[in-house]
Design a protein around this ligand. Sequence first.
Ligand code: FES
Length: 575
Amino acid sequence: MSEKKKPTGMEQGLVNYGDAGFSLFLRKAFIKAMGYSDDALSKPIVGIVNTYSGYNACHRTVPDLVEAIRRGVMMAGGIAVDFPVVSIHESFSAPTSMFLRNLMAIDTEELVRAQPMDSVVLIGGCDKTVPALLMGAASAGRPAILEVTGPMMTGFFKGERLGACTDCRRMWGMHRAGELDAEEIAAAGDKLMPTAGTCMVMGTASTMALMSEALGMMLPGGAAIPAVHADRLRHAEATGARAVGMAKEGLTPDKIMTKEAFANAFKMLLATGGSTNGLVHMTAVAGRLGIEVDLDALDALSDEIPVLVDLKPSGQHYMEDLNNAGGATPILREIRENLALDCMTVTGRTLGEEIDSAPADWGQQVVRPRSNPIYPKGGIAVLKGSLAPNGAIIKQSAAAQHLLKHEGRAVVFENLEDLAERLDDPNLDVNPDDVLVLKNAGPKGAPGMPESGYIPIPKKLAQAGVKDMLRISDARMSGTAFGAIVLHISPEAAECGPLGLVETGDRILLDVEARRLDLMVDDQELEKRRRAWQPVQHKGQDRGYLKLYLDEVTQAEEGTDFRFLMPAKSGVKTP
Ligand code: FES
């Protein structure tokens, strides 16, 4: 008996009226209203996830990318059908874009699965969009390929080159310290984001783009091409063409996103000195395929892979410079001996084959040789201790080095409102050696684990010239920020983790070399505080997406995905 052929194109996923012939007839009748012929509808169908939104400046070029991808699909003999999903920008998503990342992932998964397509091109860019798309695509299981919008070009203010958002924070700090007046800071605001595209420093968007290329989910060369370059459109066209090939080959995400491929992505994270968010997001993507991230193994990798990429905030260049230096390729070549080279990529060739066939390197200043790194160890260190039983992280490459071993007195802020109210109070009892502690800014506490870990230096200390202090929280931090900042403390304060029990005056010890973060309060006292602890309440927490979120969100070490979207643990670990 011949095996039943798997339906493809318009024939897959029919609405069930009890008569498959009628379902197909009706579907085709509707899509013909879009002007398609039967001949066109017989070709492989490539879905394009269209993430244009008037609220998402980082995705301003998406309509152009859709056109270029469509052209590539047609050149390769397919038809392209674009469709919208949730699109999230960092500055327009209250309470935080992270709160909505899982919603975008669900939207992507369900629409990729529900609608007839043989493969899909995911257009991401801004911080949460790339992880959400990869999470959704991993769960949907159809052949998928990523195109990013690409970074912005740099701007200039009074002759000084600027990068979003490292310089947004730096200049705002200068404004707080009285070094830039209201008129000057407003004028700088006109220059910080001069073109379409994503933040052009080594923030989360740049980090995720480079990690995705190392993961094998993007055509080579795609991570660093600026959003407004013609090369970006050519890359999108090639992506569209390749999506047709992937449809024919059945090259699904699970064949590319293996534990070895995730390890490659984490090695890229360390070599770039990338955003700490890259860790949370890639943990969530891996979790969708039942792969767990082993934080101790990741920390050990940190000793093997130095920071090589000289980009802000750890270094001095910008993404357009990295593109001019060859993009991801020179980084991959420099860490070649650490990579799993036989990992399959979206091209149908292995990562090793792609590295070998990329153009030869040329003289450049952005990617350092291993013999002369920006920072001798990987950018991120994993901490454990009595204050973080399940882990915390610090971006050691971006911190004032003398604070990497530090004991200080805790100055506690109960939540973000408390922080906003008291931080700049001239009467706040705070010294440069103190440890600023922010509670209730984790996945459930905020909710949505905002990028609030970059606690500003209290105004009176900033005005006195203090540039860095030890700051700790269960929040995340923008990859564009810098400082001695401990993040992702788990369990979070809102889960009654030890962070939730810290009081002003307690002693806290950070020792990055020993990978320790300890609260120096005895167990008896902590037990007393635990008994008196009260959970935080959120307005509207009993209904809607907020209820789903609070009921299901996991902690940082599991990627803050929703528990019910993660398959049972398979025992497979990365890196
Ligand atoms: Fe979109 Fe920075 S706000 S990438």
